[in-house]
Structures are given as structure tokens and as C-alpha cells.
Design a protein around this ligand. Sequence first.
Ligand code: XLS
Ligand code: NI
Ligand code: NI
Length: 436
Amino acid sequence: MSLYADLPRVTYEGPESTNPLAFRWYDANRVVLGKTLAEHLRPAVCYWHSFCWGGQDPFALGQPLFERAWFQGEPMAAARLKLDAAFDFFDRLGLPFWCFHDRDVAPEGATLRESHAMLDTLLEKAARKMEDTGVRLLWGTANLFSHPRYMGGAATNPDPEVFAHAAAQVKHVLEWTHRLGGANYVLWGGREGYETLLNTDLSRELDQYGRFLAAVVEHKHKIGFTGALLIEPKPKEPTKHQYDFDTATVYGFLKRYGLEHEVKVNIEVNHATLSGHSFEHEVATACALGLMGSLDANRGDEQLGWDTDQFPNNHVALVPALHALIAHGGFSSGGMNFDARVRRQSLDPADLLAGHIGGIDTLARAFLCAAALHESGELTQAVQQRYAGWNGALGQRILGGASLQALSDEVLSRGLDPRPVSGRQERLENLVNRFV
Ligand code: XLS
Ligand code: NI
Ligand code: NI
């Protein structure tokens, strides 16, 4: 019997429930703004934090802390056990999606051919389990950051053989993602950056990365994968500086290599805050630039400057970002992947369930608040009103291309003398608080 088979199947019991293993806000079938909550949020369990991480931190060398049968024994047998346990967990929790890296699912072999073969065996098994349980794939990805060969980068490595190796790995996982009906394929550039400029040719590395991405785009079209390709921005960690620093940086990069219509972003909450932005800034920027893809739901710690990957637990903090997402029309291919893990002292199988329950309840509650705010139209109207002048004759003339000369003439002849107008921040903050 697997580790999670004894856990209760989680059901929605409503905000009054005191059952610690029930949903209080995530009523999957509740219809809001024309779709169910499950269809809006498209939540996913991630394989790596939930089933592969053994509770180690940088100070705990060696042994995993969590006692899980799949942390020992023959690697393929262990990987099968882990897959069984994971799908039991998905079944208990009842979320529609999962996400994986190739090396989460299968061990690394002595050669790439061997690695492929092991991954194939396990993903064949996963495909059957997906069919049996109805759990779908939000995205797949290749781990291009753990193995020592990627120490100095994958696409941005000084050695083209490493680039080729990364390309071969992505080809294989992209094909599997396609075959499993994945909605997206993610590229997180963990080692695509540098430790020191003293040994780095930054300009060359950017070109390498541009070429890599273009090759992924070509292959996506060649095999007919219709999901979205997503870059996951992160400013640092593991490298000191990563090239996919934030959404705006990714946009500049994509534009430079002519890929801005081919690749979108997967925005992670704590990556946004690590880059010095708010989560809503990253979401709003992605929406404005046409790059909104998917979200990695988690949270950081306000006192710690690293990627703590905690489950979301503050719905108020998420309302502005979800309001921006709703105003944008919501997800197309994306969803909300819990790139989050329990703390290392949370040893019990039920702790993992509780982490996900709290996370999805937080997202659902934030979404309901943001949807009500959106439906009231009050915030949207306030913003529209603030820019109303741009719909008038002068605004239209400016946007239509009026020259400096023409504008200068207009100001002087009409004696234009604009008065400062209140931005009403406090009133708008109070307005939002009415909905949370
Ligand atoms: C690490 C990233 C990683 C990606 C997938 O910080 O969040 O987990 O989501 O490679
Ligand atoms: Ni992260
Ligand atoms: Ni992530």
C-alpha cells in the first residue's frame, strides 16, 4: 500500500468547516465569471518538491530526512514506487493537473540513451495513470541544472557539447510533453547566467541562448505541439545573475531574437519578489506585453532573500495579481502550478496534503475576491476615468502621431495649463479592501 493511500479524499466543505483536510474555498465546480473555479485556476501539483525532495537543506549533507520508500533501493524500482505514490496523492487531492522534470520522474543513466530509455518506461506508465485518473499535464520540462555537466550553463555553456546535450534532452521531453497532451512546455534557465563576469563572454552567451530557444521553437512546430513554450524568469539562484531576470528582460531578449510571438512566460510569485518587483507587477507586465503564459504559485519569506518555495497562505496579497489576470481574460494554456514544498520538519504524509489544501484554498479565495472586484467594475472605471482625456481630441491627435512642433503650437495657441488631479490611492486601496 502506498504512502498516500490512507489519506482521505479531499472534498469541499465550505468556509465554516473545521476539518483540517477539507477545502473551505476551492469549490472546483462553482461557476464564477462563466467558468468553474477549476477551469479558471487550472491548479497543478509539481512532482519535484512533493515527491523528489528529501527534506535536505544546504546544511544537511547526505541522507534524506523524509522516510519514503522510494529514496532507497534499485533506482528504477524506486522511481516506479514514487510514480504510484504520486498518482495516489493526485487522486486524494483531486486537482486537475501535474507538472514534471524528466529527472524527477526517471533516474539519470550512464548515457543519454539509457536516460531516455528509463524515462520512456516511466512516462509510458504515467500515461496510463493519467488516463485512469483523468489527471492532465499542465507542463513538462527538462532538468538542465542539476547534473555537473550543466555547472557552467546549459545553452549558455562555454562548451558546445553541453549545448548539444541540453538540446537532445529538451527534444526528448518536448516530444513526451506533446504525447502526454501537455498544455505548455517550460524552460527555466537555472544555470543560464553567470557567477562572475571575469570568466564570462556575456554577449556570446546571449546569442547561444537565443539560438537554443529558436531551435526549441522550430522543433515544437515540426512535431505539431500546440501548447505554449514558456520561459520562467528568475533573477538569481543558483547563479549570481540569470539572463531571464524578470518578464521585461525576457521580453527584450525574445524581441532581439525575433521570438516574442513564439514564447511566453511562466511567472513564479517568489521569483517576482526576488527580482525586486511585486507579483502583480510581473503579471501586469506579462499581460501588457502579450507574454502571459502560466503561474508558479508559491510565496517567499519577507525576511529571507531566497527562493523558499512555501505554499501560498495570504489571499489578500494575491488579489491585485489575480485581478490583473482576470481583466486580461484569464489563462489560455496556463494554470497555477504549486512550485512549493512543505517545511523540512513537516514529516507526515498528511502535511503534504495540508500544504496543497491551504495553497489552493488561498488561490481560490483570492480569485473569488478578485472576480467580485472585477464584476463591480469600480476599479476598472476609476482607472478608465483617470485616462479619459486620451479618448478626447488632443489624446487622439497625440497617439495619431502629432509632432513636437504641432503640440508646441497647440499649447501656446490654446494656452493649455493642466491642473494636477488626485491619484486617489487611499480611496482605491479602501475599495479593494471592501472585496477581500
Ligand atoms: C526554480 C524553478 C523551477 C522551475 C522548473 O526556482 O522555480 O522549479 O519551475 O524548472
Ligand atoms: Ni522557483
Ligand atoms: Ni518554478
